[in-house]
Write a protein that binds this ligand. Structure first.
Ligand code: WAQ
Ligand code: MG
Length: 638
């Protein structure tokens, strides 16, 4: 298509002396008839009401200039004031001096059909007809022109085409625009150097007051040429960014908005880099702190036997496995660890996953699908919740640790193909424990699979850290999920079950099948950690003693904390108060992050202390005292 066959099609509609609608396109001659028709339709259906005069003009331009679209940046502003302030700042940033005076002139533009043309420095009006202003016309989006499609009304595309033309007019250095469409609160500032800055909220919703100012800098003698370019030169703008017709924010603006909402509610998170390995103590920003939030309960991540097992495995088998378990990723350290896990838990078989999260997601989605049902404790870990969602099964939530509720609900689930009940063994945010014998009994009587997640139980619960079955001297559930990443000091997840069940998971747990196998160092580390736990049961005893001591210290300071494990929650409630308490504790040398929504319910923010076997009693005593001080200062109800 040569530019020579292009037509400019312009529509203007009015009622009496009132302007109703105006629009224009540049299209191939073949598309001119339907374009004209579409513009007439637009005039007839305008929200300002039915016009009584519609002028459609078709014209073949003598030359066409092609321009690249200005780059677009979107700012999500929350109020018109914020929007106007931002507009002024952008102009100032571009070296425009009398910004406040320019903004004050904006009200004068409301009556104009076109834009006010202002000398950017003297603020003299340069538009020859001050009733009308200057109008930028004869321009279109090159893309839609090429396709010959009459575009639906799209404020954004039209505005960027106009702004691009305007910023390419000789002498123009900036533009500010507010829509006069009552439904459209978005405006923009465009400058040659900063590009097009959309401002999502720049005027009150419902207001018909809009306008434009073009700022000019240059000799008076060139103004005529500037106006000719604006009003007559045909322009096609290339590469106009795509955006939906009625979007008031673009994709990045909506992300920025989510962030500001999070920040306001005290829910913004970020990662903190530690300067030293985490044991019972570490270093942050050059300061020593006591770590009261690590899940490395038995201090095995830095144990010499564990570390050298990992190092040796790296030397022998490499850092990474290079393949999924079912292709080339299974090495002797994987097999050895699985055999050891099965022995440790007393099951026939075991299977390792790259993370504990993936173990839960994989196991649950492999057990049930649409047409099945899962009964899930309301405080189960996010990885269990995600597994439930991914499975497609119906999910029935029962009250936290309320096995009577489980029993009631499960007995009305007989119509399903498969039933699964799933529970954390130790609840990660509350530290309480499942009544495993009763859980298993309810599952058996209702022919439901029993699945528990021993993430916080392995190495912690039971006289020698073997988990809930040891603690209760009871049989195993059908499936035990666990992690290598907490008390085992390594990284990864696992499942322990019968040979038949493990084979089922190998064949159907997608997080297992489609992940690269963990590296041998992580496998060897966990294997060595199991050996340490078996040979040094005193570590588990020391952990239990530290928990008892810490609770008694808290009690001395008036804080009653309940736990069945090494997790000691200290409830605060309000998210911001919890953050303040955590900040204060860090200043005092204790790393205890505030746990907030969505990890716990809204308004149930807490400090979550995790005890290690290697914490010194003096550190624990000082921690209890500081927690009590920080909590009273931040008016918490404990
Ligand atoms: N030339 C100069 N001024 C004009 C023109 C023109 N062709 N068309 C309109 N104006 C003036 C007039 O005073 C209007 O009241 C004012 O500008 C606003 O025009 O999502 O819809 O057509 O990034 O209402 C901007 C945001 C939308 C787009 C702009 O302007 C986005 C808009 P409107
Ligand atoms: Mg308008």
């Amino acid at each position: 298509m040569s530019d020579g066959s292009l037509f400019s099609v312009k529509m203007r509609a009015s009622r009496g002396s009132e302007h109703v609608s105006g629009a224009e396109r540049i299209v191939p001659s073949s598309a001119a008839p339907r374009t004209a028709a579409a513009l007439v339709t637009r005039a007839l259906t305008h929200s300002k009401g039915m016009p009584d005069f519609i002028n459609v003009k078709l014209e073949r331009p003598s030359s066409i200039v092609r321009l690249k679209s200005l780059p677009v940046t979107t700012h999500a502003t929350r109020t018109p004031e914020e929007g106007m302030t931002l507009a002024a700042e952008l102009l100032a940033k571009d070296g425009i001096g009398r910004v406040a005076e320019i903004m004050a002139k904006f009200a004068e533009t409301y009556v104009l059909r076109g834009a006010m043309l202002l000398d950017a420095d003297t603020l003299e009006r340069l538009d020859p007809n001050p009733e009308r202003g200057v109008r930028a016309t004869c321009m279109d989006d090159a893309d839609s022109t090429l396709k010959g499609v009459p575009s639906a009304k799209n404020h954004f595309a039209e505005a960027i085409v106009l702004a691009t033309k305007v910023q390419n007019a000789p002498g123009i250095i900036a533009e500010i625009c507010v829509s006069d469409d009552p439904d459209y609160t978005t405006g923009y500032v465009a400058t040659r150097s900063l590009g097009y800055h959309r401002i999502t909220n720049i005027k009150e919703h419902g207001s018909p007051l809009g306008g434009r100012i073009f700022l000019y800098r240059g000799p008076r003698s060139n103004v005529t040429e500037t106006i000719r370019f604006l009003e007559q030169q045909a322009v096609l703008v290339e590469d106009v960014p795509a955006i939906s017709a009625d979007a008031t924010t673009d994709r990045f603006a909506s992300i920025a908005e989510e962030r500001s909402i999070r920040a306001e509610r005290g829910l913004l998170r970020s990662c903190r880099t530690l300067d030293a390995p985490t044991g019972p103590t570490t270093r942050i920003d050059g300061r020593d702190v006591v770590v009261l939030s690590s899940n490395d309960y038995l201090d095995l991540a830095n144990d010499p036997a564990v570390v050298s097992a990992a190092a040796n495995a790296a030397r022998q088998w490499g850092a990474g496995s290079g393949g999924s378990r079912l292709t080339t990723g299974t090495q002797p350290p994987h097999v050895a660890l699985e055999e050891h896990l099965a022995r440790f838990k007393g099951t026939e078989s075991a299977l390792v996953f790259p993370t504990g999260y993936m173990a839960n997601v994989g196991v649950i989605s492999a057990l049930v699908r649409k047409g099945d049902v899962i009964l899930s404790d309301e405080l189960n870990h996010a990885s269990i919740i995600d597994g439930c969602r991914l499975s497609g099964a119906d999910v029935v939530i029962y009250a936290h640790n309320d096995l009577s509720d489980l029993e009631r609900k499960i007995s009305s689930c007989r119509g399903y193909r498969r039933r699964v009940a799933v529970s954390d063994a130790v609840f990660s945010m509350d530290g309480d424990m499942l009544d495993l014998p009763r859980f298993i009994d309810i599952c058996r009587r209702n022919d439901a699979f029993s699945v528990i997640d021993e993430a916080h139980a392995t190495g912690v619960i039971g006289a020698t850290g073997h988990g809930l079955s040891e603690h209760f001297s009871c049989p195993h559930p059908d499936v035990i999920v666990g992690t290598l990443s907490k008390a085992l000091g390594s990284t990864g997840g696992f499942v322990c079950a019968s040979r038949m069940m493990v084979e089922h998971f190998i064949n159907s747990a997608r997080s297992f099948i489609f992940s690269t196998a963990s590296g041998a160092p992580a496998m060897a580390a966990a294997d060595a950690a199991l050996t340490v736990i078996e040979s040094q049961p005193e570590r588990v005893a020391a952990l239990r003693e530290n928990v008892r001591f810490f609770k008694s210290e808290l009690a001395r300071h008036g804080i009653e904390a309940h736990t069945d494990s090494a997790i000691v929650p200290i409830r605060i409630g309000d998210e911001r108060l919890a953050l303040q308490a955590a900040d204060e504790l860090l200043k005092r040398g204790f790393l205890i992050p505030a746990i907030r929504y969505p990890t716990v319910k809204r308004g149930e923010a807490r400090l979550r202390v995790a005890i290690m076997s290697s914490h010194g009693k003096d550190d624990l005593a000082r921690a209890a005292e500081s927690i009590a001080a920080a909590c009273t200062r931040h008016q918490s109800a404990v």
